[in-house]
Write a protein that binds this ligand. Sequence first.
Ligand code: MN9
Length: 295
Amino acid sequence: MTIPGAIFAAMLTPFKDDASLSVEGVAPLLDFIIAQGVDGVYAGGSTGECVLQSREERTLMLRELADCGRGRCTLIAHVGAAATDDAVALARVAGDTGYQAISAVPPFYYKHAFDDIIDYYRAIVDACDLPLIIYNIPVLTGVEMKTEDCLRLLEDDRIAGMKYTASNLFQFSQLRQAAPDKHFYFGTDEMFIGAAAIGTDGGIGSTYNLIGDAYVGIHRAIEAGDIHTARRLQAKANDLIAILFETGVLSGLKHALNRFGIPVGPCRRPFSPPSTQSLVRLDAWLDDHVRQAAE
Ligand code: MN9
């Protein structure tokens, strides 16, 4: 079960100004992302504001993305949900519409026994024929999985690997060593170079919507032994990420894309719009970035 490519943008979900879904916003955003040279998109995850959408809305967006992106790049559908039935229904949509893989956070909110988490993943992989990538993001889900737990989940042949969004590079390297046949994608953009140095199958992140080319470059540079290029690109990404921490990562990314003429609207409530002061810094960075790109 191979998943083509290494670098995937954790795609934003375009909304209209009133924060209703913008189906027509999917195509221009996908074009912008693909133009940066990434291998594909990971849709409907944290960056896609999945927990702020109904199952029907998530279904609609997955279908639209499949229509726009099938055959053009690798498509990964995040289907994770608090309720197993929602995740199963979304996995069926991905299986029916031409995605290359699915991914899911563990069930969140209630503190489930680990055996129940295993059953949740079994139900999802039973629902379609696609490889599944576990989405490990404890800072948002509150589900802390020990290394042994991760390895137990990865024993299932239909589970292809893990998107690892945490800062524990020691655990990341241990997982890699213990499961060399599985695919590990790093999801903490500001530390991608560290994971690339340890050895990663790729990266999946929010800031890839805007500067996907930087992560393509870091991945290639590390593989080629060019640490200087990798450091320069990570430093560039981190200048932006430091500003996004002030604006709010998702709101800042949406502001940037809107400013570049890609209509993605605002984030949904309870996210609030970024402060004017934080946007001054972001706009200055974007102006410099556009100038540099033109030079
Ligand atoms: O997994 C994102 N993580 C979170 C993806 O949402 C917590 C990352 O792409 C971050 O947004 C990024 C900035 O901190 O690393």
